[in-house]
Design a protein around this ligand. Sequence first.
Ligand SMILES: NC(=O)c1ccc[n+]([C@@H]2O[C@H](COP(=O)([O-])OP(=O)(O)OC[C@H]3O[C@@H](n4cnc5c(N)ncnc54)[C@H](O)[C@@H]3O)[C@@H](O)[C@H]2O)c1
Ligand SMILES: O=P(O)(O)OC[C@H](O)CO
Length: 337
Amino acid sequence: MSERPLDANSVAVIGAGAFGTALAVAALQAGGPTPRRVILLSRRESQVEDFKTSGRNEDALPGIALPEGLIVTAEPDAIEQAGTVLLAVPSQAQGEMARALLPLIARRADVVVCAKGLERETGRLLTEVVGEQLHRDDIAVLSGPGFAADIARGLPTAMTLAAASAEQAHAIATRLSGPTFRLYASTDRVGVQLGGALKNVLAIACGIIEGAGLGESARAAMISRGLAEMSRLVTARGGVADTVRGLSGLGDLVLTGTSHQSRNLRYGIALGRGGAAREAAGRELVEGALAASVAAQDAAARGIDMPITQAVAAIIDGGFDIRAAVDALMSRPITQE
Ligand SMILES: NC(=O)c1ccc[n+]([C@@H]2O[C@H](COP(=O)([O-])OP(=O)(O)OC[C@H]3O[C@@H](n4cnc5c(N)ncnc54)[C@H](O)[C@@H]3O)[C@@H](O)[C@H]2O)c1
Ligand SMILES: O=P(O)(O)OC[C@H](O)CO
């Protein structure tokens, strides 16, 4: 890690996809009257050139003009003095990205995971994966309901920032909150991350229900019972059950499970209409399709009942068709709510 002095007013966003670009816009606006230095690190020089000529990131956020003052670069050295580092690459790239940037990230910088998922091979939380690479145990996480396009357009959005201590969570949340982007502080990194990973799986289930024409009552049942599953895994992994009722659980599940802006929902709709799992995602990132099987395996290993997550995983793996999955869910023994 870099020993250089920190610039507390500087924010580096790693990954110039939809969410990274939106967070860079929010971070710039969060500065208020104090000029902020916000660096958006892309891995593609062509994207940097496009931004310089058009003032947009047309690949990631089509039609949205980005504010002046944003520094978009493909030069990793540019992040060296950043006081806050937001890792906005997909879940499975978080560890490798942290390893690559280790020499550049300042030792005292706040590092924030901004992806929703679990490590595919192990089921570990992304804060653990990144922490291992950076030799730290104080990696924070940002999660909750917020579409990148809404955030970048300046529509009102609220999300959760969870960190190892209440002081750190409050400091980062305050630093990144602005006129239209509001962060709530939490110390439940387990609950917040499991909420983000599992709501994607449950949004796929909502999509399957919609695509297969199973009705809105089924979707409401799925959201409630999905939340119950989420709560069981959160508790078993040492998180706080109440967290699932907040922005990172219920809030994000309602958003992702009902809005056609969601890639996870659209993927589920394609599956529900009979599409093959391999083709349903197209070229889009569908985090829930990666998280479903690892969450299902984790639940099974812990002896936790997560029938919806298990059904989604089995449908994606081709082990279950939708009719069989519905029959299996509806014929389970009657239990207490
Ligand atoms: N898009 C949203 O509305 C939104 C909102 C909240 C959270 N998220 C989360 O943010 C994460 C990123 O999503 P996104 O929507 O920005 O995706 P995206 O596909 O728009 O962008 C991903 C970016 O990461 C880069 N990237 C991909 N693989 C990489 C690798 N191996 N190494 C380095 N860079 C790599 C890509 O070039 C791209 O710029 C996901 O975990 C998602 O769940 C997204
Ligand atoms: O497009 P999705 O399904 O990845 O959802 C984006 C965000 O996670 C919504 O909060």
